[in-house]
Design a protein around this ligand. Structure first.
Ligand SMILES: O=c1nc[nH]c2c1ncn2[C@H]1C[C@H](O)[C@@H](COP(=O)(O)OP(=O)(O)OP(=O)(O)O)O1
Ligand SMILES: [Mg+2]
Length: 189
């Protein structure tokens, strides 16, 4: 497979795209198309792989996709990859209430990137995890569940962008993606 100098990041989420561009910097050019790719049920890995397979089919070429999960430990990993629907239905306060009868409010933010080199190809996954605590909303509500995910005393929403991008689940996944890209590059030259 040839080393991708450009990545076509298929996502409908502007905030994800902005973070990916900020974290990757000038290393790799990130193009993007907002295509609505159907998401299956399953584990984060299964969902991430299938999302990129379907995006590669839709585009007819190489794609990068990403799926984000929020795993509540007290709920054995749920809502996990279904967090989008839980957030839409319950809001920040409702997500907090789900944990009020438990002592354990810890959670993991999980980011799973999938690179698929084209229709029919097997996707490659890059996953990053950041551990935090679910708290009552603090900070500007600009991106999803940022106001209720606390890491070392601050919610993601209370951090400035640079700070979140140094410790986030997305940052950790992108470090792995970038080192894979570098290895592919080494192999070619
Ligand atoms: O860093 C984050 N901080 C706070 N909230 C976040 C973050 N990253 C994703 N989120 C939200 C967006 C969506 O409500 C759910 C993931 O769902 P997910 O399907 O992966 O995202 P999406 O549908 O918005 O975009 P896409 O077109 O890439 O599938 O968590
Ligand atoms: Mg989605």
């Amino acid at each position: 497979m040839s080393f991708p100098k450009k990545l076509n990041f298929i996502t409908g989420n502007r905030n994800k795209l902005a973070e990916v561009r900020a974290i990757i910097g000038n290393g790799v050019e990130i193009e993007s198309q907002a295509i609505d790719v159907p998401e299956i049920q399953g584990t984060s890995e299964e969902i991430a792989k299938e999302k990129s397979r379907r995006a590669a089919e839709a585009i007819g070429g190489p794609v990068l996709t990403e799926d984000t999960a929020l795993e509540f430990h007290a709920l054995r990993g749920l809502p996990g990859p279904y967090i989008k629907h839980f957030l839409e239905a319950l809001g920040h306060e409702g997500l907090n209430k789900m944990l009020d009868s438990f002592d354990d409010r810890t959670a993991e933010a999980v980011c799973t990137f999938a690179f698929c080199s084209g229709p029919g190809a097997e996707p490659i996954l890059f996953q990053g995890r950041t551990e935090g605590v679910i708290v009552r909303a603090r900070g500007p509500a600009k991106f999803g569940w940022d106001p209720i995910f606390e890491y070392q005393g601050k919610t993601y929403a209370e951090m400035d962008k640079e700070e979140k991008n140094r410790i986030s689940h997305r940052y950790k996944a992108l470090v792995k993606l970038q080192s894979w890209l570098a290895e592919e590059h080494e192999r070619e030259v």
